[in-house]
Design a protein around this ligand. Structure first.
Ligand code: C2E
Ligand code: SIN
Ligand code: SIN
Ligand code: FE
Ligand code: FE
Length: 371
């Protein structure tokens, strides 16, 4: 069905609506969807795509497109590649008649691209960071006009700024995840504790957090950071850490310092993930009754992430063989958690622990260390 171009009033209301939504959005995927929807509505196109540049892989990609999943093409290819390379907008009446068009995606999807408008857009520093691409004009004229080009450029210049800040935010989060997983791996290398320990603790913590009614997002933060709980052990000498059998009091004090060391390694960041990791590293040996270390915090003075990781860590330590102890059978582990409910551990978390025990055992078996 043919449509007509929008009146200036309609255009203004679309721009105001979308700009309000885009400026309050923090997820890159959702900003891209909003930008695509805005572009499509403004110039009455069938589809609209926002392309970004992946510098590392020298590709152009779009995470969302109307009716299309993520697409990746080499930098410089397609109409979009030309627009980005030259910095000039391109309007095309018939894509198949244009040698620059890359029709591979149409071939895969069965979609027929005819008219097309492609506009590069820039960040605050004036560098091109991507392009808007609208496909198939839905009005009787069937082609895009210079008016459409101006409108889409306007949308791009408004949205480009929000897009950049969201991309930076995403980059910060990705960087934190990388730092955390790298540090977790370093911790693993140092300790004879078996390789899957940190992964199991992550999964137990996640299951317990959800079982306690925490949001998916918070539970996911905990899952990301709980593998870091023993990172401070990197500073403990092998001779102590891997000593078979009982520790002297002095050696035990040395090991206990892994909580303070871990906290020191990670503190000083206001980044959400690193901050959460430093809390877990510091507090995972605190006990509900105040008899733990390093600070002797009690009850809810201990961060919920610390209380959950404590349950997950001890469950895993008891389940596994250590240089200093054999693996415990499940009934003995259950007995300890019953006895320590309200002493070592938060009673509410122990209750969830018993509710979820079959699931935790399933995780344990799935991520077991025997090959
Ligand atoms: P880990 O091996 O990861 O153990 C974590 C926690 O699980 C322990 O914290 C403790 O709360 C619990 N746990 C582990 N094994 C047992 C056990 O046999 N009985 C009971 N009741 N609880 C157990 P904790 O005690 O603060 O120890 C912290 C870390 O110190 C341990 O981490 C381990 O690396 C080291 N460690 C503790 N005891 C010994 C030991 O006798 N020999 C050696 N070589 N290291 C030890
Ligand atoms: C594509 O849809 O794969 C890119 C189209 C083009 O810019 O040629
Ligand atoms: C920030 O640190 O403000 C951004 C990353 C995060 O949400 O922690
Ligand atoms: Fe520890
Ligand atoms: Fe541990």
């Amino acid at each position: 069905m043919l449509k007509t171009d929008l009146s200036s009033d309609q255009l203004l209301s679309i721009i105001f609506d979308y700009m309000a939504k885009i400026s309050s959005e923090t997820s890159l995927d959702r900003v891209l969807v909003l930008m695509a929807n805005m572009g499509r509505e403004m110039i009455v196109a069938d589809r609209c795509t926002v392309w970004l540049i992946d510098e590392v892989n020298q590709e152009l990609f779009t995470t969302v497109a109307h009716g299309v999943k993520e697409i990746r093409i080499p930098v410089g290819s397609g109409v979009v590649g030309h627009a980005i390379a030259t910095g000039e907008p391109i309007i095309i009446e018939d894509a198949y008649a244009d040698p620059r068009h890359n029709s591979d995606n149409d071939k895969k999807s069965g979609y027929v691209t005819k008219s097309m408008i492609t506009i590069p857009f820039r960040n605050n520093d004036g560098n091109i960071i991507g392009a808007y691409q609208a496909i198939n004009k839905l009005t009787a004229a069937e082609t895009f006009t210079t008016k459409d080009m101006e409108l889409l450029s306007l949308a791009a210049s408004y949205a480009g700024k929000s897009l950049e800040s969201v991309m930076l935010h995403q980059e910060i989060i990705d960087t934190q995840r990388e730092i955390i997983s790298t540090m977790g791996e370093i911790g693993e290398l140092r300790s004879k504790e078996t390789g899957n320990h940190v992964r199991r603790v992550a999964e137990y913590s996640y299951a317990l957090a959800l079982g306690l009614g925490m949001s998916e997002r918070e539970a996911d933060v905990l899952r990301t950071v709980s593998p870091m709980h023993d990172i401070g052990k990197v500073a403990i000498p092998d001779s102590v850490l891997n000593k078979p059998g009982k520790l002297t009091d002095e050696e035990y004090d040395t090991i206990k310092s892994h909580t303070k060391i871990g906290h020191q390694l990670l503190r000083g960041s206001r980044r959400e993930l690193l901050l959460a990791a430093s809390i877990v590293a510091e507090q995972h040996h605190e006990k509900w009754d105040g008899s733990g270390y390093p600070k002797g915090l009690r009850g809810e003075e201990i961060h919920i992430y610390g209380r959950i990781t404590a349950v997950a860590d001890v469950f895993d330590a008891l389940s596994a063989e250590r240089v200093y102890k054999p693996a415990w059978p499940l009934d003995r582990i259950e007995k300890l958690f019953r006895e320590e409910r309200g002493r070592h551990f938060d009673p509410a978390i122990v209750d969830v622990f018993f509710d979820l025990l079959p699931q935790l055992v399933e995780i344990r078996d799935r991520l077991s260390d025997d090959i």
